[in-house]
Design a protein around this ligand. Sequence first.
Ligand code: 4AD
Ligand code: MG
Length: 431
Amino acid sequence: MKHVYIEHLQDHIGETVTIKGWVFHRRSSGKLKFIEVRDGTGIVQCVIFKGNVPEEQFQSADNVSLESSVIIEGSVREDKRAPGGCEIDVQTFHVHHHAEDYPITPKEHGEDFLLDRRHLWIRSKRQNAILRVRHTIVKAIRDFFDERGFVLFDAPILTPNAVEGTSTLFETSYFDLGSAYLTQSGQLYGEAGALALGKIYVFGPTFRAEKSKTRRHLTEFWMVEPEMAWYDLNDDMDLAEEFIEYVVQTTLDKRSGELEVLERDLSKLECIQRPFPRISYDEAVAILHKHGKEFDYGNDFGAPDETLISGQFDRPVIVHRYPAEVKAFYMKRDPEDETKALAMDMLAPEGYGEIIGGSQREDDYDTLVRRIREHNLPQDVFEWYLDLRRYGSVPHSGFGLGLERTVAWICKLDHIRETIPFPRTIKRKNP
Ligand code: 4AD
Ligand code: MG
């Protein structure tokens, strides 16, 4: 008999098929048993009528425990009221493995209880929907760059130096060569890639020993980082805007069912269309002051500041030209105001804060050497990076999008830890 995945049952109405999955829910009424089976692609109700199956199979359907694995043969019957539009009239019911008492029940569980059982929790409807949305976002990200002539460029995970400040480095000992650090960002390598290949994107895991225990921070997260030769800050912002529109609209298109499971208000995503508002750091500070928020000019924005600023808009807002002091050493200064960096952050609506950080890069050799010294960074490990300014330097720009923050925003989740199969935070490295 043909094994059919639940998501494809609609194409087999009237046929007899085999489904393989796990018992999700069951109830019975006399001669009828109703077993909801999930197989990862969907959930379908299987109806077992006492006269239609051998007696011992009817009994085993009575005793089967939640999350037991089962193989079921039956005919597919259209039922408009059923979740997937059809039901299965069972002809044979086989329990492949009897599950022990399943620890996750419909009653409320604490976050820690569920996170300790993350390997099982991902079987639930909501978590399943989130992971499918994540998959589609990743695919949309790749398609966007692949369709526009970008080359995938893999940066190393073990690196000899910091990129985004030394306070969040994970250090490990590296044979006779001293310390190595888990990468905080593939950007510096991406710059080498852009000067070799024109337009590239790095897409991989990145690591930050974040001491902060917020709903926006993981210690291990995925970042996609396009880097483009000959792009200035404006080109960079244009690309970021087109990119986010594409990712959100593609996800809406492909995953409306999952977003419905998550009870997402789709109208809040439908309006994510270009152009996005763009404001300078100075204008952003004016918004804070206008709303009576205490904020010292020159500081970086905290999460509450970002929420207030982005709350003024119904789509992501780009904030550009930050004080150079609060930004990284590699950012080019604004020739019209040397105190400002040609930096940009994109803040997501609905309080999700910064999803993108990017900039035009310093492309002048002498200036970059000065910045490395000002930041007390060891020049010797950056010699290769300085070569990019020795041999055919060009203006270039790029940005990094945090995948998990994007998933959290699109799914409207309370906490970033549900966006990744096995989250790593300051308080958790298991399972
Ligand atoms: O703003 P960040 O630190 O920028 C960079 O790393 C640049 N080198 C990127 C580039 O220009 N190529 O980080 C970029 C994004 C943030 O906007 C945020 O979305 C995400 O990465 N991010 C985190 N996500 C989850 N947990 C953390 N601890 C994160 N830190 C940054
Ligand atoms: Mg940033």
